[in-house]
Design a protein around this ligand. Structure first.
Ligand code: SDX
Length: 431
């Protein structure tokens, strides 16, 4: 780790402490505080961890100021234009772009593991039909550990590899089954002769009573949505997966924890919340009312799909997503979709308003993905499940990196305590 001779000097109560500084290949230097408590008897304080590096990673890098997102060094706009989701999965998992033979082998391994154990169908029957698909995904993905015992020993690299392939392969099947269950239609089995995105669209929209042909423009847009959501440094759900994995929990349980965290409207649930907000606004003439609410400090309302914890420039994924939105809506002839009209007018109004531009609150990945998914025919409740299946490879890549780190130990943050100090119990008759 010692990749710098620089140090930081800290003076506490007149005593000096030298803390090592590590210099990354990209991004800010980090001050190593691992020995601070032992040396100085103090903690650091950073609720939300916005100034804290939780790990040493080589997978994804974001420059929030430049609006840059790199996966193993490759910029997201080039990957979205020239690559495809399973190739990006390979890149995230193994660190390099695959050779043709490596890609063919990887795609074959994923394709041949897309079915789930037949017994798992009964898990769906236990849910109400109106259950949110994320509630089903959290449950069914966690339950994979009850069916695939031969890939839960995280100390075995081969079992880690098998669990990784199984989750990348099976999440689309589980998400599609959650959707079919919610609309009372029969489950559609995956097909090995279809690519990943086409398979997912067919499992969602085909019915036994008719043939179903996937439109190549829609499957390309779907694949691009998967790619744009694949990984994103140490966001809330990825940090959840890392912390859960640090206890040695099985990989299926850890990914289920990530799905649970992603569900929140401030995170992966924002695409559903964004579309519901656009539908609530309804018509462009009501946009000023909602912008005023978003700016009102006394109103908890925020513009869903705007702003980001890290990007203080345009989210590079939103730029690519916007191109796909135009292609899909042109194809489907819904360019006059009222929700899209509101979206376009809202984006224009917000980007012309100093409140948003001064605070660097630009449209994020969720602003356009919801519009595309709605145009494709997905209900808003399926937006976050699609985000979850896309992000599974990112969670798994970060999990594999952490589990194979020889310095791995269980995560255990401390606290700034302002509660009561020691006091004796008072019997109820004396209270
Ligand atoms: C994702 O981390 C990741 O990488 C996440 C993600 C990924 O790929 O994993 O990128 C996916 O989660 C994208 C973000 C989706 N969330 C939303 O679209 C929900 C709406 N956005 C906000 O809730 C908010 O912007 C957050 C949660 C995303 C970020 O919140 P922060 O860190 O508090 O934002 P900030 O520090 O930049 O806020 C600066 C100011 C604050 O006001 P002041 O206290 O300075 O007066 O801007 C305000 C905020 O209140 N603000 C907003 C706003 N977002 C921030 N005001 C109105 N509308 C908004 N959307």
């Amino acid at each position: 780790m010692a990749d710098s001779t620089k140090t930081a000097k800290l003076t506490i109560d007149g005593k000096d402490y030298e803390l090592p500084i590590h210099s990354p290949t990209a991004g800010p230097d980090v001050i190593d505080i691992r020995k601070l408590y032992a040396q100085a008897g103090v903690f650091t304080y950073d609720p939300g961890f916005t100034s804290t590096a939780s790990c040493d990673s080589t997978i994804t890098y974001i420059d929030g100021g430049k609006g840059e997102l790199l996966h193993r060094g490759y910029p997201i706009d080039q990957l979205a234009e020239k690559s495809h989701y399973l190739e990006v999965c390979y890149l995230l998992l193994y660190g390099e772009l695959p050779s043709p033979a490596q890609l063919e082998d990887f795609e074959s391994r994923v394709t041949n593991h897309t079915m789930i154990h037949e017994q798992m169908m009964y898990l769906f029957r236990g849910y109400r039909r109106d259950a949110h698909p994320m509630a089903i995904m959290v449950g069914v993905v966690g339950a994979l550990s009850a069916f695939y015992h031969d890939s839960t020993d995280i100390s075995d690299p081969w079992q880690r590899e098998v669990a990784s392939i199984r989750m990348i392969a099976k999440l689309p099947t589980i998400a599609a089954m959650a959707y079919k269950y919610s609309i009372g239609q029969p489950f559609v089995y995956p097909r090995n002769d279809l690519d990943y995105a086409s398979n997912f669209l067919r499992m969602c929209f085909a019915v036994p009573a008719a043939d179903y042909e996937v439109n190549p423009i829609l499957s390309r847009a779907m694949d691009r949505i998967f790619t744009l959501h694949a990984d994103h440094e140490q966001n809330a759900s990825t940090s959840t997966v890392r912390l859960a994995s640090s206890s040695g929990a099985n990989p299926f349980a850890c990914i289920a924890a990530g799905i649970a965290c992603l569900w929140g409207p401030a995170h992966g649930g924002a695409n559903q919340a964004c579309l519901e907000m656009l539908q609530e606004i309804g018509t462009p003439d009501r946009i000023p009312e909602y912008i005023a609410r978003a700016k009102d400090k006394d109103d908890p309302f925020r513009l869903m799909g705007f702003g980001h914890r890290v990007y203080k420039n345009f989210d590079p994924r939103a730029k690519v997503m916007k191109q796909s939105a135009d292609e899909v809506l042109d194809l489907l002839g819904v360019e006059d979709n009222p929700t899209l009209q509101v979206a376009k007018e809202l984006e224009k109004a917000a980007l012309a308003d100093p409140y948003f531009t001064d605070k660097k609150l630009f449209p994020n990945v969720d602003f356009y993905s919801g519009i595309i998914l709605e145009a494709m025919g997905f209900p808003t409740s399926m937006f976050t499940p699609i985000f979850a299946l896309s992000r599974t490879v990112g969670w798994i890549s970060q999990w594999k990196e952490m589990i194979s780190d020889p310095q791995l130990k269980i995560g255990r943050p401390r606290q700034l305590y302002h509660g009561e100090t020691l006091r004796d119990y008072v019997d109820i008759e004396n209270r």
